[in-house]
Design a protein around this ligand. Structure first.
Ligand code: ADP
Length: 212
């Protein structure tokens, strides 16, 4: 069982990498951006409050994000133990809930205060973060990628002005989280400026080293 935080600026490829890793290692993928977008789509009170903030590229308040993350983490902790003698296919056929091998959190923490909250949440669940993978990509490349994504994503926060604002917020509020994890010895930085598969390979090596 391993709990990983995947970290990076908007456009660094956190979501893409988290999805690939979740499939490869059978991890539960928890993306706070996806959780928020889901609430917006469902039109829940939380979603209604979050929508305008997200469209501006600002950070949604902890009073909204933290309960969403908490709910997702609880789900992972309360899943029943699998019978390791039954292969996953059989388990699904017999209707037993599947328990993932670990979790990968993407989009949280985005501030030092969120990092402290996450630690507290994990402690409550008698778990701890095992590894923080930071995907490092130069700003020019981030801007290029977000523009490219904007053409297909239809995301309201992928416009020129909002993109710049999101990157500035990342520099001001999110980057300091790196130091927080560096000090605790959990941080592993990976070059994310190459192809998706290259980055994925590098992160895989880090995860496997930590899983041993
Ligand atoms: P990106 O990494 O490209 O910004 P995400 O899907 O991670 O995309 O996040 C989209 C938006 O959702 C953010 O700009 C922010 O408004 C909101 N959001 C996601 N995670 C958090 C968080 N941990 N705290 C506050 N707001 C968040």
């Amino acid at each position: 069982m391993i709990d990983i935080v995947i970290f990076g600026a908007p456009g660094a490829g956190k979501g893409t990498q988290a999805k690939l890793l979740a499939e490869k290692y059978d991890f539960l993928h928890i993306s706070t951006g996806d959780l928020l977008r889901q609430e917006v789509e469902l039109g829940t009170p939380m979603g209604q409050r979050a929508q305008a903030i997200m469209n501006r590229g600002d950070l949604v308040g902890d009073d909204i994000v933290v309960p969403l993350l908490d709910r997702a983490l609880q789900k992972r902790s309360t899943a029943p133990n699998p019978d390791s003698l039954i292969d996953p296919w059989d388990r699904e056929r017999h209707g037993a809930p599947h328990r993932p091998e670990g979790s990968i959190i993407d989009g949280f923490p985005r501030t030092v205060s969120q990092a402290q909250t996450l630690e507290f949440m994990f402690r409550k669940l008698q778990r701890r973060i095992d590894l923080v993978v930071a995907i490092d990509v130069p700003r020019d490349e981030l801007v290029r990628r977000i523009h490219e994504r904007a053409a297909i994503s239809g995301r309201a926060d992928d416009t020129e002005e909002v993109i710049r604002h999101r990157l500035d917020l990342y520099d001001e509020q999110t980057k300091p989280v790196l130091d927080y994890y560096r000090v605790s010895g959990l941080l592993m930085t990976v070059d994310g400026s190459e192809q998706i598969a290259d980055t994925n390979y590098r992160i895989g090596l880090a995860i496997e080293a930590r899983m041993k």
